[in-house]
Each structure stands twice: as structure tokens, then as C-alpha cells.
Design a binder for this molecule. Structure first.
Ligand code: WTA
Length: 661
């Protein structure tokens, strides 16, 4: 643990007074997929999840065992069953006569569109699976995907799943260095990418980063044999003969039929890298049967999905877990029709999202608080220009949603009556864990409220004792759940240390939380060195390592400072090396160096990790044992009076730093 146990600094301490509550509209409750009985059924969690696994999925070999926890904390769910994820997402819908249903309404940023039915998606995924196999990909091989939001991205993920080759999607906003380390860690020998994607009216290149990543691979890596490239923007790209090939040519040559590889329920489905408290990203491993069960059930229950009439839209990128569980696997396993959008909310105008909702009559919208706050800032006159009357459920994910943003979402986007589900979960949990049920729960602005049926979650104190109502502590998960991570790729010990050592036997989520007088759970932000910027997880340590890797930096400390729009913003405090000390006394030179450092971090990790501000300081506040007191730096970054500094080795340090603001 670090000194950051003061989770209230996330700016969420105002909800102690939140008394508003909104019961589900009676007509909504009457037609909802799930009623209050689900909580009773969920009390026997193993039986509950076994029932959902049978109801939501089609198994090749039915399972007879539900949970094997004998090798805790690595769970095995439904272990003697076999199935295929792509078969569940595609073939069975086509076989059931729903092949003509639209699976994807693709909206490109420049305005190009494409509708893909389940039957068409099956054909394309089969082609891609054949193409990957003809390139040598076998069951168990890892495939790295580095793409924008395109139909082809969904196709590639499902093609991998179809042959039992775990995919590892790397967010397109990550740098070549970040991509390289993920290719290395996953041991991937094939990368699927695009020339680029459209961002704010301009092509943003992806392929050059792939070339750079591969060129920089550690000699211990066997090398990347093939790079498959989707042509999206048409921009000029470099080409390595024999290694690179066009997606269109690879697929054209491939057969439209493909027999899915049925795998054991515990076969790896994907690895997704996420920031941890140390510099090295963690490869979160998810397997097939349990993951699909919970992704599908939660998508159906929490969003009240009616597959034959709803149009669903989750705005997340496939580079994040939300894109995996609630763009690809949950919705497609459930046979939903959904929108996927390539670009940014303000291209070419700030009403683009609402125009899309109107155009496709979106009925379920799932997005992040940072996006809602951005739209609030742009003004409600923008969504007011569009007909949003089709919306019937609104979802939020990624960070605590402040009550003002929640109320705005409900009133301006939801017409004042639409249920809002504030869903708490993590890359590690694989699927939603804590959320209201839209036809059951009287919702409270700012609270994720209740663990879903079949999920054991509570708030505990330092000694692992559940806190009484009205008190705060740490969020923990008390029972194994089907979509839980099965480990960190290649590092079982780190998995145990990170999640299972703080409170033996129960899962430590890393979030602060509190229970209100009704026992409802309010999330308060991270209690470790993980920041949350626009719903993206960033590690303070990773950015600090990047900064000190620059020739001018001797030492660095990074904090997440509260930010009205992005939740948190990255603020870095750096001490420059002696030979640069003279230079930075000149304000122009200092500004140039600050800009250089921002770009350096952008290049090493990705643009989202660029510090909003970099302060060049003479000292950092440290305890006598040498630990940086980030709490004090956050006070400075958030323009607060600096708190208790008595444990500092040198108490004059804070005066020196504060003068720099
Ligand atoms: C935060 C995203 C409050 C939390 C699905 C968690 C939330 C981290 C919420 C996981 C929410 C996510 N309310 N906080 N509804 N949803 N978080 O892995 O700190 O990108 O630990 O998964 O986001 O982020 P990740």
C-alpha cells in the first residue's frame, strides 16, 4: 500500500448528502428481463451461474462441474464443458433463423456506413479464420490486434476466438514502444492492423508504429512472421515484402466456411494488458466459458436487452475491456443489433453522437462519465437538436460518476425518465459486478449500489472486517465469479501478490468505497497508484519510469489531480539532472524541456499518458524511509493547502515546491 488511502481526494465526497432516488418507471419494471427474485436465486451463486451458463450459451459438450476452487486463486468454471466463442456469437444465431438480423451498424468518422448481418459476419469471420490459419496461426497462438474501431476489428477478434488463438488487442492510441512490449510479453508472431483510422477529420496512422515495434523487438522474441493490414485511410505506408499482406487479399483467397475449434471452457480467450501499480503492464488473462457466461448474462440483465427490437450502442473502443465484453462478446452472444462508431464525439460537429442515436434509433447507450461531462460542457442545446426519444436505458462505466453528471445524463439524454445503470467492474473482473438492475433498483445519482445476483462484493476495513453502513473502506469481492481473471500472463506470483495478498482469500479490487445508510455501495476512486484519466487506467509508476528514462530527468513523481472533465489529470513533478539545472532557470528553456518531456511520455506510452502539467522542482517530499508522499503533491496539484507534512524527512521541501505553482 502507498500513502494514498485518502480516497476522498477524488472529489467524490459530496455524495454523503445525496438523497435523491429514482424508482424504475412502472411500465419499464413490468417488461424488464429481470425482477427482484434474481437476488434470491443469486444467493446460491454456483447454481445461479450454472443456470446462466446453460441458458445463455450453446455448449458442444455440456459441463457437469460448476466451480473448481481447489487451486485458488485460479478458478476453473464449467471446466469439463467445451464450446466456441465465435460459434456462440454467430453460427447459432444464423442456425436459429436470425441470419438476416443486423449485427453491426458501422458508422465511419468521415460518414461512410456499412451494415453487417449475422450471416454476413459469420462469412467474414470464417474467411478471416481460414486466412489466419493459412498464415500458420494455430490454436493457442497469440495474435496481437492494433486497429481502429472497424468491422474488421470485430471480425479479427472473433476469427481468433474461432480457432482458439487468444487475441491481445492493443489500443490504437498506444505508442510503438507500448505495442512492442505487449508483442514481446504475449509472444505473438502475428499482428493484425490497419494503415490508419480517422480521428477528427484526419487520417491517424497505425502501421508505422507496428513497423517500429517489430524493428525494436528483443532478440529473445522469435520475430513477427506476418502483419495483416486493413486498408482504411489509404495513406502511404511502409511495406515489408513477405511479411506484410493486405487483409482484403488474404480474405479473398480464403474459403467462406470454417469449422470452429471447440475448446475447453478454461481455454484462454484473450489477454488484455492493463496498468498496474508497477511500471510493467499486466497481461490480464480471460478464458472462455465463464467469461462468456457473465458477459452475456450481465449484458442481457443490466441493459434489459431485447435482442429483436433494441439497437444497442457502447461507445468504448475495442482496445479496452469494455469493448471486449460489451461491444464484442456480450452483445453478439446475445444476438443484439449494435452501432459501432470509428471516430470522436466532436467530428465533424459536437452533435455527432446524438445524430447517431437519432439515425439508428439507439435504445440502449453505454458510455463513460468523462464523455458525459464533456457533453455537459458543450451545452445541452446540442443534444436538444436531435430526437433522442428512442433511448430507454443509459449506462455508465469507467470511473465514479458525479451526481451532477448523472442528473444531466438522465434529464438531457434520458428525457427525465430513463433508468441509468452505473456499472462498476474492471479489466480483471471481465464483466459487470456492481450495478443497479434497471427494472428493479431505485437508482441513486452517483452510486453503483448493489452487487449483481450471484456476486459477493462488500466494503471492508484494514482488518478485512465488513464496515457498517455509513462507513468507508476497501472494495473487495468475497466469492469467485465466472468471468474473473485467471491470472496475469506468465506471472502467477504477481497475480497472487496484487489481488489476493492484501486480504487473504478475498479479492482486493484496489478501489476505495463506502456503504451508505441503506447499505448501497459508493465507489470513491483508486487507493493505489493507479490513475483514472477519462476512464483510462494509467500507472503513476509507469509514467515516472518513462520520465526518468529521459536524459534530463533525475527523479520524477506523478500524481492524478482531480479534473472536472477527465476525472483525473496527470501532473508530474520532476527534478532535473545537474547539467540541466542551469538551463531551466531560463523560462523559455524550461518550457521547451517541459514540452519535450510531455512528448517523450507520449511516445513511450501513448498520447493519453502525456502529463497535463510538468513542474520542475528542486526536491520531492519524502518520508524518512524514502517514500514519496504523493498525497502532498496532490494537494499542490489541486491547489489545496498542503496537508500534514510532519512525516517528511525535510519539512521545508513543500514550501519550495508550492512556490513553483
Ligand atoms: C474504475 C473498466 C466507479 C475503478 C471497466 C476500477 C469505476 C477501474 C466504475 C477499472 C464505476 C470502473 N464507478 N469507478 N462505475 N467503473 N471504475 O480496468 O477504479 O479500465 O478499479 O475497467 O475503473 O478500470 P478498467
Amino acid at each position: 500500500m502507498t500513502d494514498r488511502t485518502d480516497a476522498s481526494t477524488s472529489g467524490m465526497d459530496n455524495h454523503a448528502n445525496e438523497a435523491r432516488s429514482f424508482a424504475p418507471p412502472a411500465p419499464f419494471a413490468a417488461q424488464a428481463n429481470v425482477d427482484a427474485d434474481a437476488y434470491g436465486l443469486g444467493a446460491d451463486s454456483e447454481r445461479f451461474w450454472a443456470d446462466q451458463a446453460r441458458a445463455m450459451l450453446t455448449w458442444k459438450t455440456p459441463f457437469t462441474q460448476t466451480l473448481d476452487w481447489s487451486q485458488a486463486p485460479v478458478a476453473r468454471w464449467f471446466a469439463d464443458g467445451t464450446l466456441n466463442a465465435a460459434h456462440n456469437a454467430l453460427d447459432r444465431h444464423v442456425q436459429a433463423g436470425n441470419g438476416d438480423r443486423v449485427a453491426l451498424y458501422f458508422e465511419g468518422e468521415p460518414g461512410d456506413t456499412r451494415q453487417v448481418t449475422y450471416a454476413e459476419l459469420l462469412t467474414e469471420v470464417s474467411r478471416a479464420a481460414n486466412a489466419l490459419q493459412s498464415l500458420g496461426v494455430k490454436t493457442g497462438d497469440r495474435v496481437v490486434i492494433y486497429m481502429p474501431m472497424l468491422v474488421e476489428s470485430v471480425v479479427t477478434m472473433l476469427a481468433c476466438a474461432r480457432i482458439g488463438a487468444p487475441h491481445s488487442v492493443v489500443f490504437g492510441g498506444f505508442s510503438a514502444d507500448a505495442l512492442r512490449s505487449r508483442i514481446e510479453d504475449a509472444g505473438a508472431r502475428i499482428v493484425v492492423t490497419a494503415d490508419g483510422g480517422w480521428r477528427r477529420g484526419a487520417p491517424a496512422a497505425l502501421k508505422p508504429a507496428v513497423d517500429e515495434a517489430i524493428a525494436g523487438l528483443d532478440p529473445s522474441h522469435p520475430g513477427v512472421d506476418h502483419v495483416v493490414v486493413v486498408r482504411r485511410t489509404g495513406q502511404e505506408i511502409g511495406w515489408t515484402q513477405g511479411r506484410d499482406l493486405w487483409w482484403s487479399e488474404a480474405l479473398e483467397a480464403a474459403d467462406t466456411r470454417h469449422d470452429p475449434v471447440f475448446v475447453e471452457a478454461e481455454h484462454p480467450l484473450f489477454i488484455l494488458y492493463t496498468s498496474g501499480t508497477t511500471g510493467k503492464p499486466k497481461g490480464i488473462l480471460h478464458t472462455t466459458g465463464g467469461y462468456l457466461t457473465q458477459a452475456a448474462w450481465t449484458h442481457w440483465a443490466v441493459f434489459d436487452l431485447k435482442a429483436d427490437s433494441d439497437v444497442y450502442w457502447c461507445t468504448a473502443d475495442i482496445g479496452w475491456i469494455t469493448g471486449h465484453s460489451y461491444v464484442v462478446y456480450g452483445p453478439l452472444v446475445n444476438g443484439a443489433s449494435q452501432v459501432i462508431y470509428e471516430g470522436t464525439p466532436d467530428a465533424p460537429h459536437r452533435g455527432r453522437w446524438w445524430e447517431i442515436v437519432q439515425k439508428y434509433k439507439v435504445s440502449i447507450l453505454y458510455t463513460a462519465p468523462t464523455a458525459i461531462r464533456t457533453c455537459m460542457k458543450w451545452g445541452e442545446q446540442i443534444p436538444a437538436q436531435f430526437d433522442l426519444g428512442s433511448l430507454r436505458v443509459l449506462g455508465s462505466v469507467g470511473e465514479p460518476i458525479n451526481p451532477e453528471a448523472w442528473m444531466w445524463y438522465r434529464r438531457v439524454i434520458g428525457g427525465g425518465s430513463t433508468p441509468i445503470v452505473d456499472t462498476w467492474w474492471q479489466t480483471e473482473t471481465g464483466a459487470i459486478m456492481i450495478s443497479p438492475l434497471p427494472g428493479v433498483t431505485a437508482t441513486k445519482p452517483g452510486s453503483a449500489q448493489v452487487p449483481l445476483p450471484g456476486i459477493g462484493a462488500t466494503v471492508v476495513d484494514d482488518d478485512a472486517a465488513p464496515v457498517p453502513n455509513g462507513a468507508g473502506g476497501y472494495l473487495v469481492i468475497t466469492k469467485p465469479w465466472p468471468s474473473m481473471l485467471r491470472g496475469i500472463w506468465g506471472d502467477l506470483q504477481r497475480f497472487k501478490d496484487t489481488y489476493w495478498s492484501r486480504f487473504p482469500g478475498i479479492y482486493f479490487a484496489g478501489d476505495g468505497a463506502k456503504k451508505d445508510q441503506d447499505g448501497d455501495i459508493w465507489l470513491l476512486g483508486r487507493v493505489d497508484d493507479v490513475m483514472n484519466v477519462s476512464g483510462h487506467r494509467l500507472s503513476t509508476t509507469e509514467i515516472e519510469s518513462s520520465l526518468v528514462a529521459h536524459e534530463s530527468v533525475a527523479e520524477a513523481a506523478v500524481v492524478g489531480a482531480a479534473d472536472e472533465t477527465t476525472g483525473q489529470a496527470v501532473v508530474a513533478f520532476v527534478i532535473v539532472r545537474a547539467q540541466f539545472a542551469e538551463l531551466v532557470t531560463d523560462p523559455a528553456q524550461a518550457a521547451a524541456l517541459q514540452e519535450q518531456l510531455r512528448n517523450h511520455v507520449g511516445k513511450q506510452i501513448g498520447p493519453i499518458a502525456k502529463p497535463r502539467r510538468i513542474l520542475i522542482v528542486p526536491e520531492l517530499p519524502k518520508t524518512r524511509s524514502g517514500k514519496i508522499m504523493r498525497r502532498l503533491l496532490r494537494d499542490v496539484a489541486e491547489n489545496r493547502t498542503v496537508g500534514d507534512a510532519t512525516t517528511l524527512a525535510d519539512s521545508s521541501v513543500m514550501n519550495l515546491i508550492a512556490r513553483k505553482m
